[in-house]
Design a protein around this ligand. Structure first.
Ligand code: NAG
Ligand code: NAG
Ligand code: NAG
Ligand code: NAG
Ligand code: NAG
Ligand code: NAG
Ligand code: NAG
Ligand code: NAG
Ligand code: NAG
Ligand code: NAG
Ligand code: NAG
Ligand code: NAG
Length: 821
C-alpha cells in the first residue's frame, strides 16, 4: 500500500531514483536520517522543504553557459530528487549532490549554499568550475564530504570552511588555489582526509592541524608551502599517509616524527630539508614507503633504518649523503624500489638488496660505490630497472648477471667492469636498453644480441671490444640508438644496418672499421646523428646518405675518403653539424650547399678542396680553422683568399655570353622562321582568299601563326580544341606574364600552354617582348633543357607558349636529380 501511494506521488521516472536513494541512505551512517517517516506526511514535507533547494539549484544552473545547462537538462520542475546527480532523504530534502565528471563550466558564485541545509556530500570533481569558493560555503553545516578536485578554482580557500564541523573528507586538489592553508581547518575535529595537493598554496603548515586527532591522510604535495614541519603535526597519531613532497619546506625533519606510529607512507621529497634523518625514524614500524629524495640531507644514515622491516619503497636520491651505508641497511631485504642515485655514497652496494626476491627498481647511479656487483642481484629475477652507472664498481661481469625476464632497462656505464658481454642478456626478452659504455669490457659483440627483439638502445662505447659488428644486429628492428664508438672493432659496416629503419643515432667513431661506407646506410631514414669519424673508411662517400633527410649531425672526419663531396649532401636540409675534415676529398664544395640554411657548425679542414665557399651563413661565419689545409678554397672567411672576382666575373660573363648568343640565335631563328612563316602565310592567305572567294567560304582563318617543329595550324587548332578554347577547367596556374593551361593533345602527349596576356589586339605584329622575357627566363634556369620549350603560337586571339607538361612537384625533383650529375 505504501509503495502504491508512493508511485502515485512520484512520477514514474523517479521510482528508481527513490529506491537507490534508500540504498544510499542505508549504507551511509548519517545521523540526521535516523527517523522512519510516515509516507503520508512525506509528500507535503517534500513539497515545502524542497522549494528553497530547487530554487537554489535552478538559479545556479542559470548561471552556466548554454552547453553546461544542456548537460543539466533534467534540472527542471520542482522535484529536485529527479535531477541528475541529486539524491534526497526520506523527507525529500537534498542530501547528496554528485556532479562529478559532468563537464560543467561555470562558477560557484550563483549557488546559495545557505539553502542547502541538508546536504551531507557535495561532489563536483573533474569539471571546469572556475572562480573562487564563496565563503558562504560555511553554511552547508551538515556537510560531511566535499570534493571539488580537478577544477580550475582559484583564490584562497575560504576560512569559513572551518565552520563545516561534520566534515570528514576535504578534496580540493588539482585546482589553482593560492594563499595559505586556513588555520580554521584545525577546528574540524572529524576530518579524516585532507587533500590539497597540486595547487598554488603558500605559507606554513598551520600548527592548528595538530588537533585533528582523526586525520589519516594529509596530502599537500605540489604546492609552495614553506617553513618547517610543525612539531604539532607529529601528534597526529591516526595519520597513515603524509605527503609533503614538492614544496618549499625547510629546516630539519623533527625527531618527533617518530611518534607517527601509524604512518605507512611518508613522502618528504623535493623540499629543502637539511640536517640528518632523525634516529626516531626507526619507530615508524608500519612504514612501507619512505621518500626523502631531493633535499639537502646529509650523512650518516641512521642505523635505525634497518628497523623498517616493512619498507618496500625507499628513495634517498638527490641528497648529500656520503660515506658508506650502515650495515643495518642490509636488513632491508623486501625492497621493491631502492633509489639512491645522485649522492656521494661510497663503499659496497647493499649485498642482500634482493634477498627477498622483490626488487624491481634499483638505482644507485652517480655515487662512488666500489666493489663488485652484489651476488643477490644475480638471481634477482624481479628486476625491471637497474641503474648502476657512474660509480667505481669493479669485477668481471661475464657471469655476474642472471636472466631477468622483466628487465627493461640496464645501465652499467662508467664503472671499472671487465670481462666480456654476457650472452645471458639476450634472454632478458623485455630489455629495451643495454648500456655498458666506458668500462673495460673485451671480447666480441655476441651475434646472439641480434635476437633482443625489444632493444631500442645498445650503447657499448669506450670499451675494448674487438671483432666485427655482427650482421645479426640488423634484426634489431626497434633499435633507435647504436653506439659502439671507441672500441677496437674491425671489418666493415654490415649492409644489414640498413634494415634499421628506426635508427636515429649511429655512432661507430674511433674504431678500426674500413672499406666502403655502405650505401645501405641511406636506408636508415630516421637517422638524426651519424658519426663514422676516426676509422679507415676509404673511397667516396655514398650519395645515398642524402636519403636520410632528417640527419642533423654528420661526422665522417678522420677517414681516408677520396673523390668529390657528393652534391646530394646539400639535400640534407636539417643538417646542423657537418664535419668532413681530415680526409682526402677534392674538387669544389657543391653549390647545393647554398641551400643548407640550418647548418651552424662545419669543418672542412685538411682536405684537397678548392673553389669558392657557398654563400650561406655556416660558411660565411666559419672560423679559418674549419677551412684550413685545403688546396684552394676562397671566400669571405678571414684567413682565406678572396675569390678571384675577375675570374668569377669572367666565368659569369662567359655564361652570360653563351646565354646571349643562344638567346640571340634562338630569337634570330624565331624571327627568321616567323618571317618565312609570315611570307608563307601571306602567300597562303592570298591563295586562300582566292580559293575562298572562289569557294565563297566564310572561313575566319588565321592571320598569323608561328610554331616550331610542328605543323603550326593543326597544332594550334588542337591546342584550342584540347583546352576547349582555354576553358578554366584546364587551368593549372599562373606564371609570369600569363596563365598556364594543361592540354592533352593526344594519348600520352600533354603540354603546358602558357597563354600570354594579349597586347595590342588589333595589331597583326606580334609583341615579342613577353616571349623574349620568357625565353630569357628559360635560359636562366640552369638546366633549361629540362622544361622542354616546344614553341609558341601567336594569333589575333591567342598568344601562347608551349612547354613539356610536368606533374606538380616533379620539376623540382628533376632539377635536383640533374644537379647531382
Ligand atoms: C544561449 O541560448 C540563448 C537562448 O537559447 C541565446 O539567446 C544565447 O545567445 C545563447 N548564448 C550563447 C553564448 O550561445
Ligand atoms: C559521483 O559520480 C561519479 C561518476 O560521475 C562516481 O564515479 C562517484 O562514485 C560518485 N560518487 C558517489 C559518492 O557516489
Ligand atoms: C550563511 O548564510 C547567511 C544567510 O544567507 C549569510 O548571511 C551568511 O553570511 C552566510 N555565512 C557565511 C559564512 O557566508
Ligand atoms: C564527528 O563524528 C562523530 C561520529 O562520526 C559524531 O558523533 C560527531 O558528532 C561528529 N562531530 C561533529 C562535530 O560533527
Ligand atoms: C592560476 O592562478 C594564477 C593567478 O593566481 C593565474 O595567473 C593562472 O593563469 C591560473 N592558472 C590556471 C591554470 O587557471
Ligand atoms: C575554532 O573554534 C573556536 C571555537 O570552537 C573559535 O573560537 C575559533 O575562532 C575557531 N577558529 C577558527 C580559526 O575558526
Ligand atoms: C599557479 O599555477 C599555475 C599553473 O597551474 C601557474 O601558471 C601560476 O603561475 C601559479 N601561480 C602562482 C602565484 O604561482
Ligand atoms: C575522532 O573520531 C571519534 C569517533 O570516530 C570521535 O569520537 C572523536 O571526537 C573524533 N575527534 C578526535 C579529535 O579524536
Ligand atoms: C634552500 O635553502 C637555501 C638556504 O638554506 C636557499 O638558498 C635555497 O634557495 C633554498 N632552495 C629552495 C629550492 O627553496
Ligand atoms: C614486457 O614489457 C611489456 C610492456 O612493458 C609488459 O606488458 C610485459 O608484461 C613485460 N613482460 C614481462 C615478462 O615482464
Ligand atoms: C671473466 O670471467 C670469465 C669466465 O667467468 C673468464 O673467461 C674471463 O677470462 C674473465 N675475464 C677477466 C678479464 O678476468
Ligand atoms: C686572378 O685572375 C687574374 C687574371 O686571370 C690572374 O692574373 C690572377 O693571378 C688571379 N689571381 C689569383 C689569386 O688567382
Amino acid at each position: 500500500m505504501a509503495s502504491s501511494l508512493l508511485l502515485s506521488i512520484l512520477p514514474r521516472l523517479c521510482v528508481f531514483f527513490f529506491f537507490s536513494l534508500l540504498f544510499l541512505v542505508d549504507t551511509t551512517s548519517f545521523h540526521e536520517i535516523g527517523v522512519s517517516p510516515s509516507y503520508t506526511s512525506f509528500s507535503t514535507v517534500r513539497m515545502t522543504k524542497n522549494k528553497d533547494e530547487v530554487e537554489a539549484l535552478l538559479n545556479w544552473k542559470s548561471t552556466f553557459d548554454n552547453h553546461s545547462q544542456s548537460l543539466l537538462s533534467s534540472w527542471h520542475g520542482d522535484n529536485p530528487c529527479c535531477f541528475t546527480g541529486v539524491a534526497c532523504n526520506y523527507y525529500g530534502a537534498i542530501t547528496h549532490l554528485n556532479l562529478s565528471n559532468v563537464g560543467l563550466r561555470g562558477t560557484l558564485d550563483g549557488l546559495d549554499f545557505s539553502r542547502l541545509t541538508s546536504v551531507v556530500s557535495f561532489e563536483l570533481a573533474n569539471n571546469l568550475i572556475y572562480g573562487s569558493i564563496p565563503s558562504s560555503i560555511g553554511n552547508i553545516s551538515k556537510l560531511n564530504s566535499l570534493d571539488f578536485s580537478s577544477n580550475e578554482l582559484s583564490g584562497e580557500i575560504p576560512p569559513s570552511i572551518g565552520m563545516l564541523e561534520s566534515l570528514h573528507y576535504l578534496d580540493i586538489y588539482a585546482n589553482n588555489f593560492s594563499g595559505h592553508i586556513p588555520t580554521s581547518l584545525g577546528n574540524l575535529s572529524n576530518l579524516s582526509e585532507i587533500n590539497l595537493f597540486q595547487n598554488n598554496l603558500t605559507g606554513p603548515i598551520p600548527t592548528s592541524l595538530g588537533k585533528l586527532g582523526n586525520l589519516t591522510i594529509f596530502d599537500i604535495s605540489d604546492n609552495f608551502i614553506s617553513g618547517s614541519i610543525p612539531q604539532e603535526i607529529c601528534n597526529l597519531r591516526s595519520l597513515t599517509i603524509l605527503f609533503l613532497a614538492d614544496n618549499s619546506l625547510s629546516g630539519s625533519i623533527p625527531s618527533e616524527i617518530g611518534r607517527l606510529a601509524s604512518l605507512t607512507v611518508l613522502f618528504l621529497s623535493y623540499n629543502n630539508f637539511t640536517g640528518l634523518i632523525p634516529h626516531s625514524i626507526g619507530n615508524l614500524s608500519s612504514l612501507s614507503a619512505l621518500s626523502l629524495s631531493g633535499n639537502n640531507l646529509a650523512s650518516p644514515i641512521p642505523t635505525s633504518i634497518g628497523s623498517l622491516a616493512k619498507l618496500t619503497e625507499l628513495s634517498i636520491r638527490d641528497n648529500m649523503f656520503s660515506g658508506s651505508l650502515p650495515p643495518e641497511f642490509n636488513r632491508l631485504t623486501h625492497l621493491f624500489t631502492l633509489l639512491m642515485n645522485n649522492n656521494e655514497l661510497e663503499g659496497e652496494l647493499p649485498k642482500d638488496v634482493c634477498l627477498g626476491r622483490s626488487l624491481n627498481y634499483f638505482s644507485a647511479f652517480k655515487n662512488h660505490f666500489t666493489g663488485p656487483i652484489p651476488t643477490s642481484l644475480e638471481s634477482c629475477s624481479t628486476l625491471i630497472r637497474l641503474r648502476l652507472e657512474e660509480n667505481q664498481l669493479i669485477g668481471n661481469i661475464t657471469e655476474a648477471f642472471g636472466i631477468y625476464p622483466h628487465l627493461y632497462y640496464v645501465d652499467l656505464s662508467y664503472n671499472h667492469f671487465n670481462g666480456e658481454l654476457s650472452r645471458k642478456w639476450e634472454r632478458c626478452s623485455n630489455l629495451t636498453s643495454l648500456r655498458i659504455s666506458n668500462n673495460q669490457i673485451s671480447g666480441e659483440i655476441p651475434a646472439i644480441f641480434g635476437r633482443m627483439a625489444q632493444l631500442g638502445a645498445l650503447k657499448l662505447s669506450s670499451n675494448f671490444l674487438s671483432g666485427e659488428i655482427p650482421r645479426e644486429l640488423g634484426s634489431l628492428s626497434m633499435l633507435l640508438e647504436l653506439d659502439l664508438s671507441s672500441n677496437a672493432i674491425t671489418g666493415n659496416i654490415p649492409t644489414e644496418i640498413g634494415l634499421l629503419s628506426h635508427l636515429a643515432h649511429l655512432n661507430l667513431a674511433s674504431n678500426n672499421l674500413s672499406e666502403l661506407i655502405p650505401m645501405q646506410l641511406g636506408s636508415c631514414k630516421s637517422l638524426l646523428t651519424l658519426n663514422l669519424s676516426r676509422n679507415k673508411f676509404w673511397a667516396s662517400f655514398p650519395p645515398d646518405i642524402g636519403n636520410a633527410q632528417f640527419l642533423e649531425v654528420l661526422d665522417i672526419s678522420h677517414n681516408l675518403l677520396t673523390g668529390n663531396i657528393p652534391g646530394v649532401l646539400g639535400q640534407l636540409r636539417m643538417l646542423q653539424v657537418l664535419n668532413i675534415s681530415h680526409n682526402c676529398l677534392s674538387g669544389s664544395i657543391p653549390h647545393t650547399f647554398g641551400d643548407m640554411s640550418v647548418l651552424t657548425s662545419i669543418d672542412f679542414s685538411y682536405n684537397n678542396l678548392e673553389g669558392p665557399l657557398p654563400n650561406v651563413k655556416a660558411f660565411n661565419e666559419a672560423p679559418f680553422e674549419a677551412m684550413q689545409h685545403n688546396k684552394g678554397l676562397c671566400g669571405n672567411v678571414i684567413g682565406l683568399p678572396k675569390c678571384n672576382s675577375t675570374e668569377s666575373k669572367k666565368r659569369n660573363s662567359h655564361v652570360g655570353l653563351r646565354i646571349t648568343i643562344i638567346l640571340f640565335l634562338s630569337l634570330l631563328g624565331i624571327i627568321l622562321l616567323s618571317c618565312t612563316l609570315i611570307v608563307l602565310v601571306i602567300i597562303n592567305h592570298h591563295r586562300r582568299r582566292i580559293i575562298k572567294r572562289e569557294n565563297n567560304e566564310q572561313a575566319n582563318d588565321l592571320d598569323f601563326m608561328h610554331i616550331l617543329n610542328y605543323d603550326g595550324k593543326i597544332f594550334y587548332n588542337r591546342i584550342v580544341e584540347a583546352t576547349e578554347g582555354f576553358d578554366s577547367k584546364y587551368y593549372v596556374g599562373e606564371g609570369a606574364y600569363g596563365i598556364v593551361y594543361k592540354a592533352n593533345i593526344s594519348e600520352g602527349q600533354t603540354f603546358a600552354i602558357k597563354q600570354i596576356s594579349p597586347s595590342q589586339d588589333d595589331s597583326e605584329i606580334v609583341d615579342l617582348i613577353p616571349f623574349e622575357r620568357e625565353i630569357q627566363a628559360l635560359t636562366n634556369i640552369r638546366h633549361r633543357n629540362i622544361v622542354k620549350f616546344y614553341g609558341f603560337c601567336s594569333h589575333v586571339q591567342h598568344h601562347f607558349l608551349v612547354y613539356e607538361y610536368m606533374e606538380r612537384g616533379s620539376l623540382r625533383m628533376v632539377l635536383t636529380m640533374m644537379k647531382e650529375q
